[in-house]
Write a protein of this length. Sequence first.
Length: 91
Amino acid sequence: MMHVARQLADDYDAPGWARCKLAAIQPLRRAAQGVVDELGHAVQLEVFDAVAESCHCGYRAAVAEFGEQSDRTWRPTASNRRALSGRRHDH
């Protein structure tokens, strides 16, 4: 940033200074925007991957826990019976 500030300050009193400096800074701005865009894309991918992994972990844990249950030992609770009876009425 200091380098950019020094470059901008050079020839401040010269005619056409603003136009010249604007032309000089535009490629830097485009390059910086490109970096910001790439970082934003990378963050979106990381968030997507983290959410997907969390979903898969939860799914695997639920399947493993369900697999530990035996049909012979499962007894519906009152809330399970209500949920099951409600599902029959929905269809």
